[in-house]
Every structure is written in C-alpha cells, then in structure tokens.
Ligand binder design. Structure first.
Ligand code: NAP
Length: 242
C-alpha cells in the first residue's frame, strides 16, 4: 500500500506534541540528521550544513521536554553547543512532568579533551555531567571537576550502565544527539526506544564523519510519522511492541 502525505503547516507546539514522552520509565530517543548518502556532517564537518529550519524546529521539539541531552565528545568538539537553559515557555510543562527547569547536558569523554571555555559548561542551568573512564588522566580529571560533575564509569564504556546511571539520577527522558560513534554504541546494544532521523535532501560524501548509524535491526522499529518541509523528511521511528 502506498499512502500520501498529509500536508499543512505545524506550529511549534504541534511539533512538540508529535514527540511525546511516555508517562513512566526510561526512554532513550536518538536525534540525528543524515544526508541521502548517510553522512552525519557536511563538507565543513558540521551538522548545521546538512540541516534546515524545519529540521531545527523538530530538533528543538525533540529535546524541549527531555531530562538529559547525551552527546559524545566529538560532537562537543565539532559543534558549538549552547548552554542548556530554562525557557519560560517550557516551565509549566517541565514542572508538571516532574523535570528540572532545563535538560542536563551529559558528555561522554574518555579523553576529557573538551572545550571547557565554552558557555555550555558555565552557563547551563544545571551543571553538566561528564562521563569518563578510570583510564582518564588525573590532571584532566581535576580540570573537568572544576567545570562539570564527573562520573567515572569504570575501565570501559558500558553504554547500558551509562543509561542506568542517568536513570538512577532521575534523568529518564534521554535524548542522544549523537554523534555517530556514541549513537552506534547505543544502537548496537539494542538500547534505543525511538529514533528521530531527519533525511536531508543532499549528498555530502563520507569524508567528514563515519556514517550515521541507527538501526542494527530495522524490523524492530515502526515508522510513527514523517514530518516534511523544504525537501527534508523528519522520520520518527519507535521500537516495535509487536
Ligand atoms: N548529523 C547529526 O545529527 C550529528 C549529530 C552529532 C554530531 N554530528 C557530527 O559528528 C561528528 C563527530 O562524530 P563522532 O563520531 O566523533 O562523535 P561523538 O560520538 O559525539 O564523539 C566521539 C567521542 O565521544 C567519546 N565516545 C563516544 N562513544 C564512545 C564509546 N562507545 N566508547 C568510548 N568513547 C566514546 C569519545 O571521546 P574522547 O575522544 O573524548 O575520548 C569519542 O572520541 C562531527 O562532525 C559532528 O558535527 C552530527
């Protein structure tokens, strides 16, 4: 069966409503944009150059009511992440669901080679969390502790443990915004509940990033919706319950 798209503009609240969180339990949502040839960044090495206003509107909706935005260090080094700040328009909804005023930024970084001077560390509403390993350099650990809450996970990056740890802190609405390395680890362990994947109508070549990873077993996901705009397809996939 072939079905056609339902068209019509969506405002910011309608886009938000299209990305609900479950009422209880941990939920791990991936958010990434990929080109038609699977690239996670454009020729400048950034995801913004393969994104668009409509994709950014969905990106904002996907993280708006999250408890935590989880990213790998490569993303933090490449992209200029802004601070995670409380927004008045989200205050009531966040309070009603028992969330802190703003999502917490959580960065996975065994090396602790991070741009500590970026405002995301000093100006976020909640102190960012940095997840590292027991092999981390002790001087870098000292520096990291000046800027973030540091969690030493152990001697290897066990992503299941990492997600458990976030959940134990009450951070159960988890958005993983990549990059490809971190998302591949989470996806390959079968730990994704939702994948919000924007398909960008361009080819970028594979020179800049590893391919965008999402499904190790596509049969385990159902397509929940596609939002379209400017030639971009914002696909929402949910782990199948069948
Ligand atoms: N298209 C999109 O939606 C999107 C989203 C995010 C990023 N990006 C792009 O992706 C590129 C960065 O890619 P990336 O793969 O390097 O990003 P990444 O996954 O954010 O970062 C990789 C780094 O994070 C840590 N890390 C993540 N997973 C790990 C694991 N399983 N085990 C150990 N360490 C782990 C390591 O940090 P240390 O090096 O500190 O040890 C590793 O070098 C940039 O060009 C960025 O613009 C695109």
């Amino acid at each position: 069966m072939i079905t056609g798209p339902r068209t019509g503009p969506l405002d910011a609240d309608q886009v938000l409503e299209a990305y609900p969180w479950p009422a209880a339990g941990r939920w791990v949502r991936a958010m990434m944009v990929t080109t038609l040839d699977g690239a996670a960044a454009g020729p400048d090495g950034l995801s913004g150059s393969i994104s668009s206003d409509v994709d950014k509107a969905v990106f904002n909706a996907v993280r708006r009511l999250a408890d935590v935005v989880l990213v790998g260090a490569g993303t933090i080094r490449a992209e200029r992440y802004g601070p995670m700040v409380a927004k008045p328009e989200d205050a009531d909804a966040r309070a009603a669901q028992g969330s802190a005023p703003a999502p917490v930024l959580a960065v996975v970084s065994p090396s602790l080679d991070l741009p500590w001077e970026e405002p995301m560390f000093a100006e976020s509403t909640s102190r960012p969390i940095v997840i590292t390993l027991s092999s981390a350099d002790s001087q870098r650990l000292d520096v990291a502790r000046e800027h973030a809450e540091v969690v030493v996970l152990g001697d290897s990056l066990d992503v299941a443990r990492l997600l458990d740890l976030l959940e134990q802190r009450g951070l159960r609405r988890i958005v993983c915004e990549g990059g490809p390395t971190l998302l591949a680890s989470i996806a390959s362990e079968g730990l994704l509940d939702e994948a919000d994947i924007t398909v960008s109508p361009m080819f970028a070549g594979g020179a800049h990033t590893s391919p965008t990873p999402v499904f190790t077993s596509p049969a385990r996901f159902d397509l929940a919706h596609v939002i379209m705009g400017d030639g971009f397809l914002m696909n929402r996939y949910l782990r199948t319950t069948r």
